[in-house]
Design a protein around this ligand. Structure first.
Ligand SMILES: Cc1cc2nc3c(=O)[nH]c(=O)nc-3n(C[C@H](O)[C@H](O)[C@H](O)COP(=O)(O)OP(=O)(O)OC[C@H]3O[C@@H](n4cnc5c(N)ncnc54)[C@H](O)[C@@H]3O)c2cc1C
Ligand code: FES
Length: 272
């Protein structure tokens, strides 16, 4: 989905956890309502460097009478996110969006599992919020599995706790929740769920999704994943974000994460 370019005003840009920021932006009311899983390309308004636009998922969105408010949850990992982290209240940002396909929710089943690794919490939070508040799914039918490197890297959990009854947390170093990778817990717990009445949504590091693909293997579980590949243009023009997938005939094809995704069916992705 092609977005449009807007100038947004930063209302808040707060470090809520070490190297992790929550940015609140005011946008014109003409900004289209985003679907959960869609993202924006963001950079400082007026900056000449076209390579400093970065893809960030929409963490929350609200529409008011005269404008819209959007929140982005992001981790500082390099130059682009470092620049974003330095922006103060009142600064202007250039936002291109909403972009990408977003999660498909029309055929969501009775039980819903969300699997988030690290900052993968961002798009899944908006999805959970939308399924709870707009589609009326019950908190009891939703299970969230999250994995972080350490307790100091945990983000977005308080919001998830308000929305979902079953929350499973693990950290690589055991400083919060169970010790180990989130995929270990998923592997143990999958027997509690039936493919006929369960939908799975996931977002996280490539390695986590690759292990998840092995766990679900040839099972009948339907799982949608949001990929966080590196991007350049973010709008489908450069093919810099291509991933290998199986097409409808099972043949190798390449899809652009920004324009054809970022959400794909887990079973379509070719990991090797
Ligand atoms: C659709 C989409 C949604 C995203 N949503 C979010 C979000 O909500 N919050 C958030 O914090 N991040 C999100 N990301 C990732 C984010 O875009 C990158 O972290 C950011 O672009 C890094 O830019 P940088 O200039 O700070 O780092 P760079 O200087 O470009 O890179 C610094 C280091 O990070 C690594 N790196 C950069 N980008 C990625 C990546 N995509 N995956 C893995 N390693 C990477 C580089 O290899 C390098 O080691 C999303 C990415 C995509 C594609
Ligand atoms: S980033 Fe350019 S085509 Fe996807």
């Amino acid at each position: 989905m092609a977005g449009s370019i807007y100038i947004g005003e930063i209302l808040k840009n707060e470090e809520i956890q070490e190297d992790c920021f929550l940015m609140k932006i005011k946008l014109a009311s003409s900004f289209e309502n985003p679907l959960p899983g869609q993202f924006v390309m963001i950079r400082i308004a007026g900056l000449n460097d076209p390579f400093l636009s970065r893809p960030i998922s929409i963490y929350s969105f609200s529409r008011e009478k005269n404008d819209c408010k959007m929140e982005l949850l992001y981790r500082v990992v390099g130059k682009g996110t470092q620049i974003l982290a330095g922006l103060i209240e009142g600064s202007q940002v250039e936002i291109n969006g909403p972009l990408g396909n977003g999660f498909e929710t029309d055929s969501v089943k009775e039980n819903i599992i969300f699997i988030a690794g690290g900052i993968g919490m961002a798009p899944l939070s908006m999805l959970v919020e939308s399924l709870r508040n707009c589609a009326g799914h019950s908190s009891a039918a939703m299970s969230v599995y999250t994995g972080f490197q350490s307790s100091s890297a945990v983000v977005g959990l308080d919001k998830m706790r308000k929305l979902c009854r079953h929350i499973h947390v693990c950290t690589d170093d055991g400083t919060l929740g169970k010790k180990g990778f989130v995929t270990h817990i998923i592997q143990q717990d999958m027997k509690k769920f039936m493919p006929e009445n369960t939908s799975i949504y996931a977002c996280g590091p490539r390695e986590m999704l690759k292990v998840l693909a092995k766990i679900l293997g040839n099972s009948k579980f339907s799982c949608q994943v949001s990929l966080e590949e590196r991007m350049a243009c973010g709008t489908g023009a450069c093919v810099g974000c291509a991933v290998a997938v199986k097409d409808k005939q099972g043949k190798l094809a390449y899809k652009r994460v920004c324009a054809d995704g970022p959400v794909f069916s887990l079973s379509d992705i070719i990991w090797e």
